[in-house]
Design a protein around this ligand. Structure first.
Ligand SMILES: C[S@@+](CC[C@H](N)C(=O)[O-])C[C@H]1O[C@@H](n2cnc3c(N)ncnc32)[C@H](O)[C@@H]1O
Length: 219
């Protein structure tokens, strides 16, 4: 079994379960702008929408916007009275995301905050923000810092999701010198020992290869 079959199965489920021209347009715009194709897959995006719905999330924080694909998926799950704040270090990515968010009709609900997430997160804390759902999908090297901030910016019952935690299985390589793998392993260590959260991991295969998510709930 290999990635060709994963892809075919992904396409099968996407054809059956996803009917969203708007999101297809976002991917088209991202391709046209030559963004790297490192957004979540369409089925994973729908998972984020459903997760926000299941949680009844109204206040969502995303770390790592790119072209706003996952941002829009999250916005679709929060209803008209919800709000997504998404953090992006790259001004060019943020501009593309803002265009996509506007065209998708979510500009009233979504704000893209440009700057290094580690500079923006303390400002969100100072401003008194509390989030129901946090999606972490930026520079994996900083994942343990992002989990600390997520914990500082959430409350009992909040959900924290970290993407790309499997990396083709590299996560089990304790000798890895890849800063992203080290960041993820430190994130998992923190999730293991921090008494404030309960966590699990889900391995995924599909159009984005072999990867996975860590999902935590704040106690
Ligand atoms: C994997 S992409 C995000 C994909 C997006 N969540 C999606 O699924 O559509 C990671 C993004 O994080 C941004 N990023 C990297 N380091 C960052 C940092 N220190 N602060 C904020 N954003 C950062 C990158 O510029 C990139 O756009």
């Amino acid at each position: 079994m290999g990635s060709e079959l994963w892809n075919e199965v992904d396409q099968y489920f996407a054809r059956k379960l996803l009917m969203d021209d708007e999101l297809e347009r976002v991917l088209g715009a991202n391709r046209e702008a030559c963004l790297p194709e490192i957004d979540v897959s369409p089925l994973q995006g729908k998972f984020l929408t459903l997760m926000a719905q299941m949680k009844g999330a109204k206040r969502v924080l995303e770390i790592g916007t790119l072209g706003g694909y996952s941002t829009i998926c999250l916005a679709k799950g929060i209803g008209v009275d919800g709000r997504v704040l998404t953090l992006e270090v790259d001004q060019a990515h943020a501009l593309i995301a803002e265009g996509n968010i506007r065209r998708a009709g979510f500009h009233e609900q979504v704000e893209v905050l440009v700057g290094s997430a580690l500079d923006t997160l303390p400002k969100l804390k100072e401003a008194g923000h509390v989030f129901d759902l946090v999606f972490i999908d930026a520079d994996k090297e900083n994942n343990p810092r992002y989990l600390e901030w997520a914990l500082a910016l959430t409350t009992s019952g909040s959900v924290i999701i970290a993407d790309n935690v499997v990396r083709n299985g590299e996560v089990v390589d304790a000798a890895s010198t890849d800063g992203r793998v080290i960041g993820i392993r430190e994130y998992v260590d923190l999730a293991q020992r921090d008494p404030r959260i309960e966590s699990t991991a889900i391995q995924t295969v599909g159009s984005k290869g072999y990867d996975g998510l860590v999902i935590s709930v704040v106690k």
